[in-house]
Design a protein around this ligand. Structure first.
Ligand SMILES: *Cc1c(COP(=O)(O)O)cnc(C)c1O
Length: 362
């Protein structure tokens, strides 16, 4: 009996992992318990985020961190922080950026649907490089000089989407950006595991890095991590937290928010719609602790055996090949199946539909 039955909805067997569309990764029991326990009591959210900041700093090597409502929210908040710093007037005006630098330079080949989250803060993306390899019209990837050539009076920073094949290498780009006094914001939402990326991306000197909390970390689906420079994380925090308070009485945790650099309390910021609850913060920190300790790796051999059974059961069906991938000891293994070539698109669509409907594929 599922709770979804009460609402007339049948739960599915999620065989595709942490995809948002299907509700994300299942949370471990310890994470669920932490979520419920946190919900039963009240705490000041700014102080809880300061605790989170310390835990995230320890896990990533960054100066500070913030639990956000997803990696996309971390990108919006990180962009907001880069655009405003601790400037109250700019915070109030976002996403309108008239009168201050608001361009983020990005490689054309790194553009993707998630960068809407960067534009949502008010930034304008300025593309550099070409997608020559996909176009079949050349062999070169985006090069660091192309970013530098695009820097002008309206440039506020660089936006970089990390994966192991991203070019130019992040560390090289960070060095060039810093030489021009510009920060680098990195989307690394799905780049865990390997666990080493938690620290490796911050170690490049990148100013802000965004990770998903609801993918491999297995925290609540609507959580994420923004980690990096203390002043930028602080600027992101004040644009998300509820600050309905009086300046004289307001005592934000100094390691997260530098009250004296603000000179006033901003009103609800652009991140107010991206708020996270105390339950989400505590659950994400609990999940992160499990992820960092390698606790999830123990379940991988059993997962792999289950896939081997499924693969074996495909024997004799119109399947061209089947292969189990991602057996790196940290990632969940996946079974990839290629159907016989004689199954045309129409029949494969029928098969896909039947799998979704939980019918036996014929
Ligand atoms: C999943 C993903 C996001 C969004 O992450 P959420 O935590 O779901 O907000 C952003 N960028 C990339 C590259 C992703 O893979």
């Amino acid at each position: 009996m599922s709770i979804y039955d009460d609402w007339g909805l049948e739960p599915i067997i999620n065989a595709s992992g942490a995809v948002t569309r299907l509700g994300g990764a299942p949370m471990p029991e310890a994470v669920l318990e932490a979520f419920c326990a946190a919900a039963r009591e009240s705490v000041p959210l700014d102080e809880l985020q300061a605790v989170a900041s310390r835990a995230l700093a320890e896990a990533t090597g960054a100066e500070a961190g913030l639990v956000t409502s997803g990696a996309a929210a971390a990108l919006t908040l990180g962009t907001a922080a880069i655009l405003t710093g601790y400037d109250l007037g700019r915070m109030e005006r976002l996403p309108c950026c008239d009168g201050f630098p608001h361009e983020l330079v990005v490689a054309r080949e790194q553009r993707n649907g998630y960068d809407h989250a960067v534009r949502a803060a008010g930034a304008r993306l300025v593309e550099v490089g070409f997608n020559e390899i996909v176009a079949g019209a050349g062999v070169r990837r985006t090069e660091a000089w192309e970013y530098e050539a695009a820097i002008g009076p309206q440039t506020a920073g660089i936006f970089y989407v990390y994966d192991p094949g991203s070019r130019p290498p992040l560390a090289e780009l960070v060095a060039r950006a810093h030489a021009r006094g510009l920060p680098v914001l990195v989307d690394a939402a799905g780049e865990l595991p390997p666990r080493s990326n938690l620290r490796a991306l911050v170690a490049t000197g990148a100013d802000l890095v965004a990770f998903s909390g609801g993918k491999a970390i297995r925290g609540p689906q609507a959580t994420g991590i923004l980690c990096g420079r203390r002043d930028l994380v602080g600027a992101a925090a004040v644009q998300m937290l509820d600050l309905d308070d009086h300046y004289e009485l307001w005592e934000p945790p100094p390691e997260l928010i530098d009250k004296h650099r603000l000179g006033g309390i901003p009103r609800h910021g652009i991140g107010r719609a991206l708020k996270v609850s105390k339950e989400q913060i505590v659950a994400l920190l609990t999940a992160l602790r499990l992820f960092v300790s390698g606790a999830y790796d123990d379940a991988l051999p059993a997962q792999r055996r289950r896939l081997e059974q499924i693969a074996a059961a495909l024997e004799g069906l119109p399947v061209r090949w089947r292969v189990i991938t991602l057996a790196d000891g940290q990632s969940l293994p996946l079974l990839e199946v290629a159907l016989d070539e004689h199954l045309n698109d129409e029949r494969t669509a029928v098969l896909g539909r039947r799998l979704r409907e939980e019918l036996t594929p014929r």
